[in-house]
Design a protein around this ligand. Sequence first.
Ligand code: KG4
Ligand code: ZN
Length: 332
Amino acid sequence: MLVLGIESSCDETAAAVLADGTLRSSVVESQDPIHARYGGVVPELASRRHLEVVLPVVARALDEAGVRLPDLDGIAVTHGPGLVGSLLVGLSVAKALAYAHRLPLVGVNHLEGHIFAGRLADPTLEPPFLALLVSGGHTALYACEAPLRYRLVGQTRDDAAGEAFDKVAKLLGLGYPGGPVVERTARAGDPKAISFPVAQFQDRAPDFSFSGLKTAVSLYVRQHGPLGAEAVADVCASFQATAVKMLVRKAIRAARESGIRRILLTGGVAANGALRAALEAECAVRGYRWTAPPLRLCTDNAAMIAAAGSARLAAGERADLTLNALATLPLA
Ligand code: KG4
Ligand code: ZN
């Protein structure tokens, strides 16, 4: 099955071609330079930029795969969750191409896409498994106990993990996106230098919370600033260690309580080396299997959308031209 995937839910314009689980091309046009000066994604600028680059990105993905539109067996497109103006750009292109070439169309949930990035990386990833999905917009734990079905185990009650990395980077004047720069800066720091609070819930819910940690970092910076390079590295390392501890602890507890012995780590924050290493170590101790996609499949891309869409097309799912963009489309 030859499927074109299109992704435009936030600030990456992406297209990819997947042939029976083998990636033939994956093009990602990042908008980071456009949003960097604002320290976060500006929705109006994002949708305008998608509009400028979406057709060339799709053309390049087809070209690199050596595929023409009529050769395709279907088109998969992200229709939520995300920024509605951004989603509409990819969605309109997908609908127009599907209509013009009489191709099957399927709408993909962006979060399911992140889960399918795990399948692309490891084709042996079959249910049951837990997915720890950590990105700039979402932080949640899902149990996948049957193909294409997801149960929400826990989620963040406030900020997403990636959002916390982005806000801490902004606070320290390190730039945008925050995740990669905080990780790089943390390498020179001591993760035990500052003890930031780990969120705990009275009801022992398997949920996450990052706003307290973000506020603690903000207070520390206000009380101890201006910080030299060494202190900035210590703040990054200590913040990162606390965020990692929170994520890994909840994932391991969910595995213990559900009896599911396999964990997928995915989403933009899954690119974080400290998080990958900590989850790997905790899984090794307990004999759990763990998987995380390679870095280029952790952050937003269309390969994962083509992969999820292929599975849904194979299951007989079809969307018609009334398919709409949904900013808050739930996965479970
Ligand atoms: O999945 P993604 O590309 O977009 C969303 O769907 O949100 O995730 C982007 C998020 C950003 O917040 C970025 O700072 C974070 O992932 N991120 C990282 C790293 N690389 C990207 N966070 C921590 N460490 C990283 N190495
Ligand atoms: Zn994403």
